[in-house]
Design a protein. Structure first.
Length: 403
């Protein structure tokens, strides 16, 4: 008996179109020839809070339509539904008269929307001074803190002249957006009054807002501070409290047609690290961000101006931060561009044993991972290094479309 396959000597078979489990890589194929393959891609979606009295009927209906269904959670209240992309695309055709009752159709609508959102590749985010083009390469959001106590750059840019110089330097290094803050949100930080925040920001923003080429974001939780600097030309408000601290903030952002970054945080910076606990951190953060985006929309912020952020380090343990990063692509089902800020944060110190000023490589690992998983904005202190990282990733990634 011949043990060696003769063909193996002559041929070098390669799987060139990814594997069926490699859904992310499959999505990149755009040629008409390969497009039909997309319809075969397996995809899994989880539906939360399925009422017990409807569960059996829904599972039967989904099975009959060719989906695999798993029950999850202590009370089996979550359904994990798997099928081909093609099936999810045609979900509503599958809603036949026998399933019109029981909330089945609204559930299908939700499912279809989540899948469609997940597949969004690019966003155009309008702001008062132009448009943020969030395509293949993530945008680089540079951190500039005018505080005495920020964990990474506290005290360095308290002098307005140094801060102004730094803003231009960040622009030259490749920042796409400069996020200027005057209140530290590091765990345990003391709150700063609105007047004090304005006093720190004003001498710097007054100079840079009319002169910078790139747009500026104001990192504040207060409507009064946002109002003041949006009126002077800032393009974006970055609210780390995710509309928890000052409910008027969304309305102010809406009136100025500004971009609103909604960050997830539990509690306040002072209290957030006091024994945080989540049942399922990815599901909890996604649910909470969804609620906050609904609040923003109700206040008049338009859909295309919202950015969401899971709030790495904001009321999260090491394992929560890692879980969020490991499953970051799940947030894509919300349908908004995702921003992450891992730069030099303490969980990277926990993992590497390095002090704040030596966490650039650890930060770079999170940036690369995020970029490859569809995160559209990365907030960092080390702009020059991150710009290089993104350039190289983009060049390599671009080759994948040439196969
Ligand atoms: N992290 C910090 C501050 N603002 N905003 C968003 N959207 N996401 C983040 O992860 C985020 C943020 C904390 O970093 P830093 O500004 O360097 O420190 P401090 O809060 O001490 O000023």
């Amino acid at each position: 008996m011949k043990l060696v396959n003769d063909a193996a000597r002559h041929h070098n078979p390669r799987v060139i179109a990814g594997t069926l489990t490699g859904f992310e890589s499959f999505r990149r194929f755009r040629t008409p020839l390969l497009d039909p393959l997309r319809s075969m891609l397996p995809i899994a979606v989880e539906v939360e809070a399925v009422p017990a009295r409807r569960r059996t009927a829904w599972i039967t209906a989904l099975h009959a339509r060719g989906f695999l269904v798993d029950e999850r959670g202590a009370a089996r209240e979550r359904l994990r539904i798997a099928g081909s992309l093609d099936r999810f695309d045609r979900l509503l055709d599958l809603a036949e008269p026998d399933t019109q009752r029981d909330g089945f159709v609204p559930m299908l609508l939700c499912l279809g929307e989540a899948v469609r959102n997940h597949l969004i590749e690019a966003f155009q985010v309008p702001h008062p001074r132009g448009v943020l083009d969030l395509g293949r390469r993530p945008l680089l959001v540079a951190v500039l803190n005018l505080t005495p106590d920020s964990f990474a750059d506290g005290g360095r840019y308290l002098n307005p002249e140094r801060a102004i110089e730094r803003a231009f330097e960040l622009q030259e290094q490749g920042a796409d957006l400069i996020d200027v803050g005057a209140e530290s949100t590091r765990p345990g930080a003391a709150p700063v009054a609105a007047e004090e925040e304005i006093e720190r920001l004003h001498p710097v923003l007054r100079v840079i807002l009319p002169r910078l080429r790139v747009p500026v974001s104001v990192d504040t939780m207060k409507a009064e501070v946002a109002e003041r600097f949006l009126a002077m030309g800032a393009a974006c408000v970055n609210d780390v409290s995710g509309l928890e601290c000052d409910p008027r903030l969304a309305e102010v952002a809406a009136r100025h047609r500004a971009v609103l970054i909604i960050n997830h945080m539990r509690g306040t910076p002072r209290s957030m690290q006091e024994s945080p606990r989540y049942d399922d951190v990815v599901a909890d953060v996604t649910r909470s961000l969804r609620e906050r985006t609904v609040r923003a929309l109700a206040a008049g912020v338009t859909r295309e101006r919202i950015v969401v952020d899971p709030g790495i380090g904001f009321g999260k343990r090491l394992e929560d931060n890692l879980d969020l990063l490991a499953h970051i692509e799940q947030l894509r089902s919300l349908g908004y561009p995702i921003l992450i800020g891992c730069s030099r944060k303490s969980f990277l110190g926990q993992l590497t044993g390095r002090p704040v000023e030596e966490r650039q490589a650890a930060t770079a690992a999170t940036t690369a991972l995020a970029a490859l998983r569809g995160v559209r904005l990365v907030r960092v202190h080390d702009v020059r290094e991150t710009a290089d990282l993104l350039k190289v990733l983009d060049a390599i990634d671009g080759r994948r479309n040439l196969e």
